[in-house]
Ligand binder design. Structure first.
Ligand SMILES: NC(=O)c1ccc[n+]([C@@H]2O[C@H](COP(=O)([O-])OP(=O)(O)OC[C@H]3O[C@@H](n4cnc5c(N)ncnc54)[C@H](OP(=O)(O)O)[C@@H]3O)[C@@H](O)[C@H]2O)c1
Length: 282
């Protein structure tokens, strides 16, 4: 793998949306196994993680470690991507440790970590069961931090690595009915920013991918369907394309779709005006 350049904030190129939605076509000239870099993708059994795993496979230069919780779904995506299936539950510290151990056992190194595993919960905060609070904070924040804690020393030693953290626009804006999810994703964004400062001068990159609403089983899994008329859900393949571009460019942060940068910027620059608009338009 070429050392990744550290570019300015990435942008999501809408023009590429006209290309094939399913980027899993086999590469014309796949790299020989020995020349490939190793990518560990969590949440690869479904939605955004599966789309990213397929897109990486289509590039033909990655050895893929396909991680998820459901053995059948993991096996299916692993078969499609010629990857190694790794089945783990990330809701316990031991599950995180086991995942890293099995990844290193399988491939001896990790050059790219895509942390896409995540869960949602929607409803009034006071009605949220404490077990759901724990699950959202653990899977969406704590497990990612612990995973990075275990993977990063290897990347620093090998002087090469890229951490791609899948956040959410909920973490940048704060979404009604998703208080804990928004908090977890906000924490992930702050973690990415802080870590990036610490890693200046190293060859380890940190990319925060910030999707809006994506058409995946996420809403079925959380048990509450997506019901807003806008924004319209985008296909996970679009997030995958943006993530791969961000990996190639070493982008720090990428919003998908790109226009979500506007409300996020307004909230940062003019919070009172943003809150008025958010209260009015939801
Ligand atoms: N969909 C959206 O609108 C949207 C928007 C912004 C951000 N995101 C974020 O994007 C990421 C991917 O979500 P998605 O839309 O692809 O949802 P998804 O289709 O429900 O996929 C979630 C993935 O996370 C895995 N996972 C959940 N709990 C886990 C656990 N305890 N241990 C290990 N793996 C676990 C699932 O594994 P199994 O299927 O094997 O159980 C699945 O592979 C999440 O971080 C989510 O917060 C989603």
């Amino acid at each position: 793998m070429a050392v990744l350049p550290h570019a300015e904030t990435g942008t999501e190129d809408d023009r590429s949306h006209s290309r094939s939605r399913h980027a899993a076509a086999p590469p014309a000239h796949p790299a020989p196994e020995s020349a490939r870099s190793v990518a560990l993708v969590t949440g690869a059994s479904s939605g955004i993680g599966a789309a990213i795993a397929r897109s990486l496979a289509a590039q033909g230069r990655w050895t893929l470690l396909v991680a998820g919780r459901d053995p059948e779904r993991v096996a299916r995506v692993a078969a499609e991507t010629d990857g190694t299936p790794l089945v783990n539950d990330l809701s316990t510290p031991d599950g995180v440790r086991r995942l890293v151990r099995s990844a290193v056992d399988a491939a001896q190194r990790i050059d790219l970590l895509v942390a896409s595993a995540g869960v949602g919960w929607a409803g009034p905060f006071v009605t949220m069961p404490t077990s759901a609070v724990d699950d959202v904070l653990t899977v969406d924040l704590t497990a990612v931090v612990q995973l990075v804690r275990l993977v990063l020393p290897h990347m620093l030693l090998q002087r090469r690595g890229h951490l791609v953290l899948i956040g959410s626009v909920a973490g940048c804006l704060g979404v009604e009915g998703e208080a804990v999810y928004s908090a977890a994703k906000a924490g992930l964004g702050a973690f990415a920013d802080a870590l990036r400062y610490e890693l200046r001068g190293t060859s380890v990159r940190v990319t925060h991918v910030v999707p809006g609403v994506v058409d995946t089983p996420f809403f079925a899994h959380r048990g509450v369907p997506y019901s807003r008329r806008v924004p319209r859900p985008i296909p996970p393949e679009r997030v995958a394309r943006a993530a791969l571009r961000a990996i190639d460019r070493g982008s720090r942060e990428v919003f998908v779709p790109r226009w979500f940068r506007i409300p996020a910027g307004l909230r940062a620059l003019a919070p009172a005006a943003y809150r008025q608009l958010a209260a009015r338009f939801g």
